[in-house]
Ligand binder design. Sequence first.
Ligand code: FRU
Length: 742
Amino acid sequence: MRKLFTSLFLLALLAVSCSERHSVIEDFEAGNLDNWVVEGNAFVFCPKSVADNPGIAGAKGNFFGASDLGDADASATFFGKMTSKSFVISQDYIGFLIGGTGEGFASRFVAMELLVDGKPVRTARPTGQDPRSMVWNSWDVRELKGSSANIRIRVDSLPARMRNPLSRYILVDQILQSRKKMGTFNDVLTIPVTAQKDYLMIPSSNSGTASSLSILADGQNILGTAQNIVLAKDVRDYDIPVDISAYRGKTLQVVLTSIDDNDITAKGLSQSDTRIAQYEEPYRPVYHFSPDFGWTNDPNGMVFFDGEYHLAYQANPYGTRHSNMHWGNAVSTDLVHWEDLPFIVAPDALGAIFSGSAVVDEDNTAGFGANAVIGMYTSAGQTQRQSIAYSTDRGRTFTKYEGNPVLDEADKQPNFRDPKLLRYGDKWVVCVAAGDVIAFYESVDLKNWRKLSEFGRGIGSHAAVWECPDLLRFEVGGKEKWVLIVNINPGGPNGGSVGQYFIGSFDGTTFRADPLPYPLWIDEGMDDYAGVTFSGTGDRHIFMGWMSNWLYSGSVPTVRFRNAMTLPRDLSLKHNGRHLFLASSPSPEVYAARAASRILPCEFKDGRLTIPELLPDNDGAYEIDFTVTPGKSPLFLRLYNAKGEEMLYTFDFQALTLNLDRSRSGIVDFHRDFAKKDILTHLVRRPSYKVQLFVDRHSAELFVNDGDLAFTNCMFPTEVLNSMEFAGPDAGISDLTVFTIK
Ligand code: FRU
C-alpha cells in the first residue's frame, strides 16, 4: 500500500514537472501586444488571428505573431521591430514556432533575436522550407541561464542600392522556455569532430537550403570567416572537402546554421585522406582548366614565373555557386594541363576576394623580397577596395599585406574592382574598373598609389559597369600600339557577358583610343568572359577567359564543379582590310597536347559531306581542322550524335557571318537564355578559311585563320557529338583532320 502511494506521489510529481517543462514567454493568445514595444510599420496588424489567415499553417491557439503579410511588405519603406518585456532565462532552451519569407536572400531581412544587454546573442530566421507554415525551432541557452533577456522580432528595411523591392515577412508563435529542445531544426548546430585525417568531408548538394559553416579550433574559425554552403537535406550530390590536416588529434567544433537534425549534412560528416572522391563526370573538361571541386568564374592572378603558369581563379571552395569568393590556385607548365592546388587567398574582414592580377617583383620594389609574386585583388565588402598579397614560395602560399587596402576610393565609386598590374618603365601601373570607365594609377612600391587618368567616357559599350580590364603593348610594323581590354556584363551582342577592346596609345599616364568602329569584341561567342593575359611573358600576350556567361553560369548541369576557363590564346594585332583588330589564336601549347590524328575524306555527294564517326573511341575531347574555299551559298556544319543533338554552324561568306544554333545541343532547359538559335559572329573576308574547332566535353571553341575569329560556346550534349556533316552546294572543304587531345 505504501509502495502504491509512493508511486502515485511520484507520478503526480512527474505530471506537475511535465506541465512545468514549458513556461510561456509569449503565445499571442491575449490578442494584443501589450507586452511588447513596437516600432515601425511592419507589426501594425500583429497579432493575427488564425481564423482570418487560413493560408498560414502551424500556428497554435487562436492568434500568432506576424509582420504584415499583404502587398505592402515588398516596399522599401516597410520595416519595423517589436521587442518583448524582459524575462529571466531559467531553462535550457527557448523554443518557438517560426516561419515566413523563404530561404535565400529575402530571409536575410527578417529575424527573431534573443537580446541580452540589448545585444543579439541568438538569431533565428525562417527555415526556408514552406514560407507559409511555422515549424518548431529552439535556441540552446544553457550558457545564458540567469541572464535577463528580451525577444526582438524584426523586419529590416531594404538597402538603398537594392533596385527591386523584396517581399519579406516573419511568422512567430509559442515562444517558450523549455527543458528540452523543441523540434529538430537548429539555427545553430555544433558538432564536435576529432581530426584524424587530412580532410573533413561535409555532405552538400546543388538543391538543398542555405546554411553557413564555421569550423572552430580553440575558438578560432579555421575558415577565416563563416562560409555559405548548401545543405544536403535528403539528397547528397558531393562532399565539400575542408583541409584539417593541421589539426590532427584536436577536437574541432563544426558549426552549421539553419540545419535540421535529420539533414544528411548533420548526420553525414566524415573524414578522408583524399580531397576529391570523384573527379570525372560527363562534362568535366579534359584539356581545359576546371576546378577539382566547386565554383569558378574569372581567371585571376595570371603570371608566368620560374617555368610555371599560375592561375589564381575566382573560386568558391565550399560550393558550386558564386559565393565565398576566394582566389583558387592552379599551376601548369604547358597551359593545357593544370594542377589544382589549395586556395591561396581567403575572405577576411575587408570582404570577399574578387578579381585581380599578379606580377613578379624582380627588384623587390615592395619589400617582400626579390622575385616575390605579388597579387592585387579587390576586397569586396561593404565597399570595393584594392588589396595586395605576396608569395615567396613560388605561388604556393600567399600572405596578405598588413597595410591593406592599398587603394581605396570607396567614397567616389561603389563599383571599383579588378586591378590589372603592369610594369611601365621603372614604375607600376594598375588599371581598375571604376563604374563604367577604367581608372589608371601609378606606384613605385605597389603599396602607395597615385591616380593618373581615366578612360572610357562616351566610347565603346556602356551597357553595364565595366569589369576586368587589361592593358597590353604591341608592336605593329615597328610602331607601338596599346590595347585596352574591358569586360562588360551584360551587354554582349548575343546577350550577357562579353569582352570589348580599344586600340590606341598609352604614354604611361593616359590611354587614348584610335578612332575605330567601337564596340569591338574579343570573342562574340556566348562563353568567353573576364579574359585577361598572363604577366611575365615578355612580348607574348597569352589570354584566357572564363568559359561561361553570367546569364546562366550558376545553373549549368555539372555536378561537383561549375565552369571552366577557355583555351589559352595568343593575342596579336592583325588587319582586316579596314582597320587593325585584336586577333586571338590558340596558343601553340595546345597543339602539343594533340595525341592522335585522323585524316578524313573531303568529297561532297549531292551537296553533303557526312562523317558518321569522327573517332572510334571518342571521349568528347577533340579538335577538328579543315579549310573552306567559299562558294556563293552558305555552308552548314552540323556536329551531332545519334540522339539528334547538334551544334549547327552556318557560314555565310557573302554576309561574312557565322551563326550558331545550339537550341538542340543536348541539355538546354536549365536556363531560358541557353538554347539560342542565333549566336552570331563575323568573318573577315579572305580567299579561304582555315577553321579549327576545339571540342572538350561541354565546350566548342571555333577559330578561323589563326585569330581572325574566336567563337566560344558551351554545350551540354548527353552523348558525345561524334558525327559531322557539311552541307552546301558550292563550298569546298580540304585538309579535314580530327585530332584527339589529351
Ligand atoms: C566579373 C566579376 C568581377 C568581379 C568578380 C567577382 O565576372 O564580376 O568584376 O571581381 O566577377 O567574382
